[in-house]
Design a protein around this ligand. Sequence first.
Ligand code: LLP
Length: 417
Amino acid sequence: MDHFHYRGGHYFAEDVSLEQIAGDVGTPCYVYSRATMEHHWKVFDAAFGDHPHTILYAVKANGNLAVLNLLSRLGSGFDIVSGGELERVLQAGGRASEVVFSGVGKSEAEITRALEVGVRCLNLESAAELERVNRLAGDLGVTAPVALRINPDVDPGTHPYIATGLRENKFGIPPEEARCLYRLARDCQHVEVTGVACHIGSQLTQLSPFTHALDRVLDFVFALQDEGLSVEHLDLGGGLGIPYIDESPPQPDDYVQALLETMARRDCRLPVSIEPGRAIMGNAGLLLTRVEYLKPGNQHGFAVVDAAMNDLLRPALYQARHEVVEVSRGTDTPECYDVVGPVCESGDFLARDKLLSVKAGDLLAIRSAGAYGFVMSSNYNARPRPAEVIVDGSYHHVVRTRETTAQLFDNEQLVPQ
Ligand code: LLP
């Protein structure tokens, strides 16, 4: 469900026409719908009913301060993977006590800062990391709350670059090893193991990998309990997919129901956290771009637009497919185009084989770009990164101004002689 729609042949974000935004802010530009993102967050939250739970929005999907601030106002917690994301959350008014720190490579500085501000939990991924956290917590004179991230060896059935729960992936700890680590952690003076965590991948379109992984997590929890080791909470990660073109992933409430039923079947009522990123922001955002040229091609034409792979990397990196719509519905017979950017690589495409009725100067919207869009953008080809706008009813707010060309070389110096 999203709040982007046509009104009289013109594409709108909530009650604001995208032509108006392009006129005010320029292109390329990311446009997010506040109503859509808030709705998605609330659906996850409501689906848990009275089961104790926390929604930890995955900051990596879209870390704009305004996005984090709005979610924080709804009561969201946050899943972070770097010191930079931690500072973003704090800057946006998020509470450290609602932050969970994931990731395989936390540095000493990142762990120290997380302990100083008092994050809710560090999800650990190795014995070496346990040793590091214990030592740094000792230096600070605090006890670090930690969870062990299990690698359940479950195939999420998604693109290999975003699968994380298979044994060959760098993430998590195999359950057998994790049991030894749990015992080790119990003897660490400055660490308290409070939970078990798991995240098997992103853009999952089936429920069964989630429930299989959860079953493995529960096997692990019960094995610990048999040894007299207690677990206070489960963090089941993110990963729920969204419809980009023709995918039909489970709805958030069906996903939550499946998790709760799996737990109920095994008589487990532990508090649960989930870490959705894409399912909250993906379809709450689009990339607005203008056609610079139409160019004939061998098989079909190219619509050369002013956005490129540096603005939206997903098609080039994961062969991801995004829907493209005309901002003003054309009247000419549609023709088939590859929508490409100005970057000097043949991998610079935003969409392929799209039937569009367009001419130079028209606006296009690349849909489902609210997650892993701006956050993965770069300055490749010395292209300033786009502006970001949040639409709220009939208002639109620039929440990040377009980068200037001068900013691109702000941090560079010449060699003196
Ligand atoms: N929790 C952990 C530990 C994660 O690693 C991730 C995503 C999430 C939560 C959120 O997953 P989500 O609900 O958004 O699927 N750049 C890729 C996606 C990378 C996902 C990495 N981890 C893309 O554009 O498809």
